[in-house]
Every structure is written in C-alpha cells, then in structure tokens.
Design a protein around this ligand. Sequence first.
Ligand code: G3P
Length: 215
Amino acid sequence: MKLFLDTAEFEEIRKMWAMGILDGVTTNPSLVAKSGRKFEDVILEICKLGVPSVSAEVVSTTAEGMVSEGRHLRGLHPSIYVKCPMTPEGLKATKTLAGEGTRVNVTLVFSANQALLAAKVGAAYVSPFIGRLDDQGQDGMELIEDIVTIYRNYHFPTQILVASVRHPIHVLDAARLGADICTMPFAVMEKLPQHPLTDIGLARFLKDWEKVPKG
Ligand code: G3P
C-alpha cells in the first residue's frame, strides 16, 4: 500500500520524503488555505522535491470550469493529479480530462455507488473519506471493503485512495483490506514507525554494548 501525506505544509512533506516512506501527497482547498501560501507555489515546490504523485484540487463547480482548471494544473508538472469533486459536473469533467490522459482523483466520495461511477468515467484514484463517515456514526472502513469488492468484481483499474484518515488503526485496516493508497496527516504518519518496545529494546542493546570489551 502506498503512503501519502494529506497536507500542504512543505516542511512535513520534506521530513517524510527524507525518511523514504512517502509515495505521494494530497492537498485540498482547506489544507492550502491553512498553509497561508499561494496554491501553485505550494504544489510546484512539492513536485520539485521529486514526489511522484501530487493531487491538486479544482474549485470550479461546472464541468467546463473544472476541465479548464484541470488542463492548467496538469500542465504545471507531470506529477500532478487533478482532483475533481464527486458531483454530476465533476464526473463529466473527469470523463473529459481522463480521456485526454490526465490522471484524475475523484474526491468527496462517501458511498460505494459514487465510487462505482468514478471508476466508470476513468478516474485514476477514488478518494473515500472514512474519518468523516466515522464522525457521523457510520463505519468508514465498511465503505472501503465495498469498494474493494466492486472494483475487483469488474477489474476497474481505478486505485482506492483511503482519505480522511484520523489514526494508525485506519492505516492498518486500509492495508488489511488491500486498499491501494492511504493518505494521512503528518501526525498520523509520524506515529507509524514508533513502538515503545522498540525504544526499550534499543536502549537495552546500547547499554549492553557498553559492556562489550573494545579495542
Ligand atoms: O484531503 C481529503 C481528506 O483527507 C480530508 O480529511 O480530516 O478533513 O476529513 P478530513
């Protein structure tokens, strides 16, 4: 399973990229606003780092507007995936952009039928928001299970990108279900390598090493 960071904070991306565990980055208008920086500056900086998949979202609500924004974004850098919302207009735009060879990430997906439609119009990624479903009292992981089944049934090449991840158990469950990608905040990704027994074990090894005769 590929691991993506869901952030527009360059420093967070740089740290995980340096660790060698980062496969991509997803952004959205809220995350870009939070960074306080210009949209295209942030996106290009991430791309120039060498991150192979960087999702940048359109903000138009008409298919025509989304296609025009999507063409512009795609032209900025080869690593860019264009994010279109799961609306009838977003589906139309995805069909057009995908037909031109643009890789589209269909976002704001909350049902298996929406995911089916995203695959049918040629989305490269589908982004189900599991944390927001959990927040509503609906099990977000059940949606991932359904999408995995549906895509396998029909051999859709669309990759399942688990989004709105809140904690490491979401990452574990996504991997158990065979999701293609999991995107998460920095706070979740930095917990993945950690385990108290690793720290205790390392401290003991280093202490014992002091007793080994040297020279
Ligand atoms: O980037 C889309 C998604 O991951 C947003 O997550 O935490 O705002 O529900 P969240």
